[in-house]
Write a protein that binds this ligand. Structure first.
Ligand code: PNS
Length: 167
């Protein structure tokens, strides 16, 4: 078995920023497991099944990538996959505090698991799932920032929410 990295997150929804990180990680690792947290601390817009489906579609052209959901502690999931590396993307210094705490907690839970960071590329350093959702909820265009299947799904979801609130 080669070197495998686990790339965890909420992926609510997957963006081209995430996809760019996976593509570049494949230059460094033999495979990448995109691990979508079932129990995210965040109140997610999409169910875990929807998030997995969008990520699989968005990543379908990349070889050596597996997308699955996980429950419970990330380090326990990583140990079960036999990977030893957690991969996270970093956009700006504002990400650092959160990432530092998460990497330190994971290290204290399992010292055999390393967290590695990859800088977001300049084209996507401003892209986050949170702002994508905000723009889409206000009818703005997110073209070029997320795969088409995600664009469609966001449109459908916010249209349904708008209709429901008008009832
Ligand atoms: O994309 P996100 O929301 O920043 O990802 C955060 C995520 C899902 C990686 C993190 O919340 C996580 O690892 N959750 C699983 C539970 C866990 O292991 N918590 C302890 C580490 S802080």
């Amino acid at each position: 078995m080669g070197k495998i990295a686990v790339y965890p997150g909420s992926f609510d929804p997957i963006t081209f920023g995430h996809i760019d990180i996976v593509g570049r990680a494949l230059e460094c690792f033999d495979g990448v497991i995109v691990a979508i947290a079932t129990d995210s601390q965040k109140n997610t817009l999409f169910t875990v099944e929807e998030r997995v489906e969008m990520a699989r579609l968005g990543l379908r052209e990349k070889p050596d990538v597996v997308v699955e959901s996980f429950q419970g502690l990330l380090v326990d999931y990583v140990a079960r996959t036999k990977a030893t590396v957690i991969l996270r993307g970093l956009r700006a210094t504002s990400d650092f505090d959160y990432e530092f705490h998460m990497a330190s907690t994971n290290k204290s839970l399992n010292e055999n698991v390393e967290t590695l960071f990859m800088m977001a590329s300049k084209d996507f350093c401003f892209v986050s799932s949170r702002t994508i959702k905000e723009v889409a909820s206000l009818n703005g265009s997110v073209k070029g920032l997320v795969p088409e299947c995600v664009e469609r799904k966001l449109k459908e979801r916010f249209e349904a929410m708008r209709k429901k609130s008008q009832r």
